[in-house]
Design a protein around this ligand. Structure first.
Ligand SMILES: O=C(O)COP(=O)(O)O
Ligand SMILES: [Mg+2]
Length: 223
C-alpha cells in the first residue's frame, strides 16, 4: 500500500480563525504601554509574518518607530497575554472532523506556524487537537521563520520525510512552500490579501470537506 501523504498545516487563518484573539492581544499590549488601540481589519492584515513582524507593524500603525524604545515593552506585554490567547479563537468549519478522519487514515501530521510554540500549543490543547500533531514547529523554534523554507523542511524531516502536502492560508505560506519546493494547498478563507491565482497553489479549497479528496488524489495509487 502507498505510504500516506504527510500533511503539514499552518495554524492562524488555516485551521483556526484566531484573528479576534490576535486583535484583542494587540490592543491589550498597545494600551499597556499607553498607545492607542487599532481596528480589527488593520490588525488582521498584519497576521502571517510572526510576532516580530506584527509588533513592528502595530508600532508603525500608531506612528511609533518599529525599532524604537517602545518595541521591548510592547513585545513583553504582547507575549505575556498571547501565551494563553484562545478564548476568542474558533476552528474553521469542519476542521475537527476532517483532521480526525485524515489522522485515522494514517496521514502523519505536523504544524508549521509563525505563531510562537507556546500559544500554538495552547490553541491545539484548547481544541483537543494536540494528540494528532506530534510535530509543532513555531515561529520561535528555529533562528528563521517562514517564508524561509527551513521550518517547513524541519517539520517534514521530523515526520520522517516522504510525500507531503503543505496547507496554508497566506502569501507567507505560498512563498515558504515554493522555497522548500513542496506542494502547496491554499485554504482560501484565511487572512490572504493576494488573489488566489497570483499565489499559484497546486490546489485551493474553501471548505475542509474538499481536503480529503485533494489528499487522496495526491497519493500514488489512491489513498
Ligand atoms: O503568527 C502569525 O503571524 C501567523 O501565524 P501562522 O503562520 O499560523 O499563520
Ligand atoms: Mg496563516
Amino acid at each position: 500500500m502507498a505510504r500516506p501523504v504527510a500533511l503539514i498545516f499552518d495554524l492562524d487563518g488555516t485551521l483556526v480563525d484566531s484573528a479576534p484573539d490576535i486583535h484583542a492581544t494587540s490592543n491589550l499590549a498597545l494600551a499597556a504601554i499607553g498607545l492607542p488601540e487599532l481596528p480589527f481589519e488593520t490588525v488582521r492584515g498584519f497576521i502571517g509574518g510572526g510576532v516580530p513582524h506584527l509588533i513592528g507593524a502595530l508600532l508603525s500603525a500608531v506612528g511609533e518607530d518599529p525599532d524604537g524604545p517602545k518595541r521591548r515593552p510592547m513585545s513583553r506585554a504582547f507575549n505575556d497575554a498571547y501565551a494563553h490567547a484562545v478564548d476568542l479563537t474558533v476552528l474553521f468549519p469542519h476542521v475537527a472532523e476532517v483532521l480526525a478522519a485524515l489522522h485515522a487514515q494514517g496521514h502523519p501530521m505536523a504544524i508549521c506556524t509563525n505563531k510562537p510554540v507556546e500559544p500554538a500549543r495552547a490553541v491545539l490543547d484548547h481544541f483537543g487537537l494536540d494528540a494528532m500533531f506530534p510535530v509543532v514547529v513555531g515561529g520561535d523554534s528555529l533562528p528563521v521563520r517562514k517564508p524561509d523554507p527551513a521550518p517547513l523542511v524541519h517539520a517534514l524531516d521530523a515526520l520522517g520525510g516522504g510525500p507531503v502536502l503543505y496547507v496554508g492560508d497566506s502569501e507567507t505560506d505560498a512563498a515558504t512552500a515554493r522555497a522548500a519546493r513542496l506542494p502547496f494547498a491554499l485554504f482560501t478563507e484565511g487572512y490572504r490579501k493576494t488573489p488566489v491565482a497570483d499565489l499559484s497553489p497546486e490546489v485551493a479549497f474553501s471548505d475542509y470537506r474538499e481536503l480529503a479528496g485533494l489528499v487522496s488524489a495526491l497519493t500514488p495509487g489512491g489513498a
